[in-house]
Design a protein around this ligand. Structure first.
Ligand code: ADP
Ligand code: MG
Length: 497
């Protein structure tokens, strides 16, 4: 070999070595980055951990807070609001009734016709529309004019076939925000939640606002009841099955109500009802306990929300927030490594990852996780390898599992308070008779998160059995109530006529 050839070969070896060195360095670097992402996941898993012992502490805290909220006004973060609903629909109601439901994301209008027997419940003309976002921080006039206008259009479509032509129409207003009631048909707004901000409405009578808007439009409709969405769901549950004593909503927000004995509502002594009980709207979104597994993502989400330091439980379990917790985790992963490619500014936008997208990714059963890839692409993250897509699914799983398990703990807390968890309840003077322990208890559940997210539902139901034990959980039935909050509110108007 000549000198030139030797020099050439030597240079080639050096070049090959340095290429190899660069590749090794890159591999080491990428492994280190992958490790940092795995660390973030591990930290998330630890932060979201909900072993059954911890869930039981949440159950106890919920039952204790319920008790405190019933004992005195302001005695707990749980407001435990009186609803003045003491009779639930029995199934013998007759007539045609309307419901208008303002939720957190959707508003719905429907008409029900009741024939005097359970099987004669005819739900007619259900309309469901997204609430135009500008209404959420408009004025009360704009909001109620919009609702009255929507009702007017709904009624115009009825034509001559309507059974209630010429008769004043009785309307239930299902309102999914905290209200302090003075009767079943009147009450003032305590505060907004779920991103609504029309401050001038706080303290005003919600039913009256709607009635005035209807009158102004010349609509012959009477706002006969102002109903929390949970109370609507309870009413529909009870109509079909009188063992229904608890209702929970998992939608944009989350809340629960249940049937309480009036003598346990200590803060309203002398409260007399014909049934000896009253539905209590817990407003459980505001529940808080140091036993709740709170992560840095929850803390940041709360700090950046329009209602910080408020609605702590809702922010951990409701549909409005679940997606944003997942987004925050993915964003951090993308900032601390390049596994998602060049960082996407879209991912930094609050609430851009909606919970329906989380469930679509979580439940993606295509072999290559194409749905995950598609959704990530829409978020400005394209061409992520399968390994990273799997990681995203894992994040969805960890967050949703926590939501499901905390939801179950909340429900078990109510069961404990009313002595249906097999433990005889807390200090409410209930007897521990065998009989009471084994009464069948139906929990009516509704809301978009529950109805559409199978994995959430499964985690919740699994945890409920884990908390209550196999034996007691045989007596606890969770029943889905699609559109329960709207239909049930109309039934409530019917039963209060
Ligand atoms: P509202 O809260 O207005 O009464 P819903 O009860 O229908 O309305 O709940 C809507 C919420 O349910 C959405 O904001 C979202 O958080 C959640 N949701 C809707 N569809 C899905 C889905 N496919 N998977 C998971 N969550 C969903
Ligand atoms: Mg709802």
């Amino acid at each position: 070999m000549g000198k030139v050839a030797v020099a050439f070969a030597a240079a080639a070896v050096v070049a090959a070595c340095s290429v190899a060195a660069v590749m090794v360095r890159r591999r080491v670097k990428s492994r280190r980055k992958w490790r940092s992402v795995v660390e973030i996941l591990k930290e998330l898993e630890e932060g979201c951990d909900t072993p059954v012992g911890r869930l039981r502490q949440v159950v106890d805290a919920m039952a204790v807070e319920m008790h405190a909220g019933l004992a005195s006004e302001g005695g707990s973060k749980l407001k435990m609001l009186l609803t003045f609903v003491h009779e639930l629909p029995k199934g013998t109601e007759k007539g045609t009734y309307y419901a208008l439901h303002l939720g957190g994301t959707y508003f719905r209008i429907l008409r029900v016709h009741l024939g005097g027997e359970r099987s004669y419940l005819d739900v007619q003309d259900v309309e469901r529309h997204p609430i135009p976002s500008h209404l959420m921080n408009s004025t009360s006039e704009v909001l109620f004019n919009f609702l009255a206008f929507s009702l007017e259009r709904f009624i115009e479509k009825e034509g001559d076939g309507s059974s209630s032509q010429g008769v004043k129409r009785e309307l239930a207003f299902t309102f999914s925000f905290p209200v302090k009631h003075s009767s079943i048909s009147s009450g003032v707004l305590i505060k907004w939640t779920k991103g609504f901000e029309i401050s001038e409405m706080v303290g005003r009578d919600i039913a009256e606002c709607l009635q005035v808007a209807l009158n102004t439009r010349g609509l012959d409709m009477h706002v006969a009841a102002l109903v929390n969405d949970t109370v609507g769901a309870l009413s529909l549950g009870y109509y079909h099955d009188p063992d229904t004593v608890v209702a929970v909503v998992f939608g944009t927000g989350s809340n629960a109500c249940y049937l309480e004995r009036t003598d346990a509502i200590i803060k309203s002594q002398g409260l007399l009802t014909t049934s000896g009980s009253m539905v209590v709207n817990m407003e459980w979104g505001n529940f808080w306990s140091s036993h709740l597994p709170r992560t840095s993502y929850d803390i940041d989400l709360d700090a950046e929300s329009s209602n910080s330091n408020d609605m702590g439980f809702e922010k951990m379990i409701a549909g409005m927030y679940l997606g944003d917790i997942v987004r925050r985790v993915i964003l951090r992963m993308s900032q601390e490594s390049d596994i998602f490619g060049p960082s996407s500014s879209l991912l930094s936008e609050p609430y851009v990852l909606r919970t329906n997208l989380v469930s679509a990714m979580h439940e993606d059963d295509t072999p290559e996780l194409q749905e995950v890839a598609r959704i990530l692409k829409d978020l400005g993250v394209s061409e992520v390898p399968l390994k990273v897509r799997k990681l995203v699914v894992k994040v969805c799983d960890v967050v949703t599992r926590r939501v499901g398990r905390l939801a179950a703990a909340g429900i078990a807390g109510i069961l404990k308070k009313i002595g249906r968890d097999g433990s005889g309840g807390i200090t409410s003077g209930r007897s521990r008779s065998e009989n009471q322990m084994q009464r069948r208890t139906v929990v009516a559940v509704e809301g978009g998160l529950y109805m559409n997210y199978t994995m959430f539902r499964e985690y919740m139901e699994e945890a409920l059995v884990e908390i209550l034990g196999e034996e007691v959980s045989q007596y606890v039935v969770v029943k889905a109530m699609e559109d329960g909050s709207s239909i049930g509110s109309a039934l409530l108007v019917a039963s209060s006529q």
